[in-house]
Design a protein around this ligand. Structure first.
Ligand SMILES: [Zn+2]
Length: 226
């Protein structure tokens, strides 16, 4: 199987994870992957139901978001994904959802405060809010990049819209989307109980460093997953 065929299959399978973790409704949400070594990305087609998605339906676009190969039009969010790949060479995967708890924080335009260790681990601080931007220009992509460059968080809550997440590959970006929704829910519950305090900065640094560099199976292990 060619690397493009394998990546189509992987991106298709990762879309089922959005369903499995309750992050998407109807046809909303999308996962994309950069094609390694090429100025190309693979993304979900626009308006196809999740039940009907097959690897062959995945669309290949250039990094301007223009269709290169595919039977369907690319996701309407493709321009935003493409902008991220053009400006953040370290990014290999991008995910966008309207997952309800994260989007509730986005609706308020409020960062999710880093008050629990899980957030220190995964996000290294607050989950930041990006600017309000309408679809149809590069404003969404620019807002994502301007917010996440120089930030440890792989997730941004685009104001009054919803979360976008990035990762070194598409699977990592999906994981960030799942974890973003998870902590958004927990912090929502916490706020119902009363005021919450952020973790001290040193604790966040220590958690983030340990989780990113030490936690999980070491490279000598055959399992590798965490
Ligand atoms: Zn959206």
């Amino acid at each position: 199987m060619s690397s493009i065929a394998a990546l189509r299959a992987e991106v298709c399978a990762l879309h089922s994870e959005l369903i499995r973790w309750g992050l998407v409704t109807w046809t909303s949400g999308n996962v994309s992957a950069r094609v390694p070594g090429e100025d190309l990305l693979i993304i979900k087609p626009s308006g196809v139901s999740y039940d009907d998605l097959t690897p062959a339906d995945m669309v290949i676009c250039d990094l301007e978001g223009k269709l290169v190969e595919g039977e369907h039009a690319p996701s309407s969010d493709t321009e935003a994904h493409a902008y991220v790949y053009r400006h953040m060479p370290e990014v290999g995967g991008v995910v966008h959802t309207h997952s309800p708890y994260a989007t509730a924080w986005a609706a308020r335009g409020e960062p999710i405060p880093c008050s629990i260790t899980a957030m220190g681990d995964e996000f290294g601080g607050d989950i930041p809010v990006g600017p309000f931007a309408l679809i149809g220009s590069d404003a969404i992509g620019r807002g994502i990049v301007e917010t996440l460059q120089g930030h440890r968080s792989p997730a941004v809550l685009m104001a009054q819209h919803g979360p976008f997440t990035i990762g070194k590959n598409a699977r990592a970006a999906v994981k960030a989307a799942v974890m973003c929704e998870d902590v958004a829910r927990t912090m929502h519950f916490a706020r119902q109980l009363g005021p919450v305090q952020r973790l001290p900065a040193e604790a966040v640094d220590s958690l983030y460093d340990r989780y990113q560099n030490v936690y999980g199976q070491q490279p000598t292990s055959k399992k590798g997953a965490r």
